[in-house]
Design a protein around this ligand. Structure first.
Ligand SMILES: [Zn+2]
Length: 209
């Protein structure tokens, strides 16, 4: 077993132990994706609730090596947001509950509510990505930190484009992260202080002017 494998194994044991401590099952099935609420996901985390006491941290294990580890670190970082009850996690729960109530009552969610919910998503995801980078460094995981941050920055800009669409009252459109390696290579390798200014190359890559 290589040193890198050894570190991954140590991290997996740590995640398993922490999950068990908080009543969350770690599920690493031999598959490529999950289908959850009409979404295709490679990994997800669901914390236990009063209604559903079974938490789950799931990662599709049937993908190339760095990919599942990337997703595992990301979802485990969400898990730490929940166990620490970080203010962003609590805010996200409040905003999500409010958004769900509105969605049940109204056919169309007001633009400002869509934008608020997306801002909250962007903030919680960025906090998660920063936690993930700290985990990669702490556990010396064989993941490229620079690439991880480029990917995180691209996701944040995708979210910024959705916020812009919502603010301008444009129809909701999913903006995917299937960006080419050349576009990702142009994304910064450091986290930014603001993601509201979206560079032209990124807009062009997403087909949005
Ligand atoms: Zn996430």
């Amino acid at each position: 077993m290589s040193q890198a494998d050894d570190r991954v194994l140590r991290f997996l044991k740590h995640v398993h132990r922490k999950c068990a401590k908080y009543g969350v099952a770690l599920w690493l099935p031999d598959r490529k994706v999950f289908f959850l609420q009409n979404q295709k996901l490679r990994a997800y985390f669901e914390n236990p609730t009063k209604d559903d006491p079974f938490g789950l941290l799931a990662v599709a294990f049937q993908s190339d090596f760095p990919e599942w580890l990337h997703h595992l670190v990301h979802e485990y970082a969400h898990f730490t947001q929940w166990t620490e009850q970080s203010p962003l996690w609590i805010l996200d729960e409040v905003i999500f509950a409010r958004y769900s109530r509105l969605a049940r009552r109204k056919k169309r969610i007001p633009n400002e509510e869509r934008a608020l919910s997306l801002r909250c998503t962007r903030a919680i995801e960025l906090d998660c990505e920063k936690r993930a980078v700290m985990l990669i460094k702490k556990w010396e995981l064989p993941l490229d930190v620079g690439y991880y941050i480029q990917f995180a920055n691209a996701r944040a800009w995708c979210c910024s484009l959705q916020i812009e669409n919502a603010t301008k009252g444009r129809r909701h459109r999913e903006i995917g992260i299937s960006l080419s390696p050349s576009v990702l290579a142009q994304c910064p390798k450091e986290f930014l202080t603001s993601y509201d200014d979206i560079p032209d190359f990124f807009r062009a890559a997403c087909g949005i002017s």
